[in-house]
Design a protein around this ligand. Sequence first.
Ligand code: DSN
Length: 414
Amino acid sequence: MAFHLQTSDPQIFDFICQEWRRQNEHLEMIASENYTFESVMEAMGSVLTNKYAEGYPSKRYYGGCEVVDKIEEIAIERAKKLFNCAFANVQPHAGSQANMTIYHALLKPHERILSMDLSSGGHLTHASPVSLTGKHFQGFFYGLNHEGWIDYDEVLKIAKIVRPKLIVCGYSAYPREVDFKRFREIANEVGALLMGDVAHIAGLVVAGEHPHPFPHCHVVSTTTHKTLRGPRGGLILSDDLEVASKIDRALFPGLQGGPLMHVIAAKAVGFLENLKPEWRDYIIQVKRNVQVLVKVFLEHGFDLVSGGSDNHLLVMRLHEYSGKDAQIALDRAGITTNKNSVPGDTRSPMLTSGLRLGSAALTSRGMQEEDFHFIGNKIVEVLQDVQNSAKHARIREEVVAFSKRYKTYDTPIF
Ligand code: DSN
C-alpha cells in the first residue's frame, strides 16, 4: 500500500515504520499501554480532525457541526451505558485534563485534596506538589501499609485530621482492588466529595472484573486507552446531575477549547468494542496472565508489593539494584517496562526501587498463560544478571523471535 506520507515526509514516515517494527518485536509490558483497535486508529486518522466544534452537541460556537454533534452524542450514550451512569463528558484530551476539570468544577483554589502519595502508586494530578494541581489546591496524602495494601482505618484517621473537600481513590501503580464503598463511608464521615480515578482499571470495571466506582463516587475520571484499549484520551463520568453541569462548564469554556472530534469518534468506536460480550473474555485473560507472572516471580524469590495482584499489573520491589537498572536491562532484552517508586522508596524518582509490569498490551496480541510463563522466565533471567549485556542480547534474540509470532497490525499506518 502506498502512503502519502511516504513521499511528503519520508523522514517521519520512516520513524513511524521503525516504531511499528519496535512494537512488533518487543514485549510491551508498561501497564498503562495497550494496542488499540485498527478501527479506532482509522477514526483518529480521519477528516474529523479538520472540524472545530467548541461547545457541546446542539450548543456549538461554530456552524457545520451537525455531523460531529451526532458523533459526540453517540460517544456520550455509549460511555453512559458502559459505566452505567447518568452523565459522561467525552471531551477531556487526556486523564490529566479530566482530573483538572473535576477540581476546577468542584473546588475553590487552595481547598484540600486527600489522595495517595506518588511513591505509593498515586498520580501527579492527584495534587502532587510538582503538579499545577498541587499548587492550586492543597494536597494531603495517605500511603500504603508495610505489606503494600491500603489501610482504610489509617485513611479515615488522616481524613479526620485533614478535613479535605475531596478524596481521590484510584491509582497508577496499585496492584490490588479499590474498595470504593469503604472510601465513600470515609468521605461521608468527614463531609468530603469522593472522586474515583479509574484510568488503570476502567477496562476491568466495565467487564465486571473489578468493583464498580458507582454508586459510591460522586465523580469518576478515566483515560480511554489503558485497559479500555481505545484512543489516547480522557473521560469524566458521574451519576450526580448537579456535579455534571459543573463539570461541563469547567471543561469548556473553563479549561479546554475545541474538542478533538477525531478522538471523540475514536472513543465511541472503542466503547462499542468494550460493550461487546467478548470484552469480558479479554479482561479475564489479562488478569490470568498477571497471575502467571506473579507465580513465576514469587517462585524465584522476587519481592512483590502487597505480595501479588488482583488486577492487570504488579509492582516488583527491588533491593540490590534500582528500577532504572532493571528497566535498562530489560530494554536490552526487548522487554519494555517502567521503573516505579515503591512505598517508602529511598531512591530518587529517576532511579526508584521498583518495576511496574502489566499484561493488557500483550494480551491484546493474543498471548495466554503459557506465553506469560515464557515471558516471566525471561524477565527472571534478565533480572538475575542485571549487568550482563551479552546475556541480555542473547535473550533479545529469543524475545524477538517469540514476539513476531503475535501480530500487531498489518501496516504501519492507515
Ligand atoms: N502515564 C500513566 C501511567 O503510566 O500510569 C499515568 O498517567
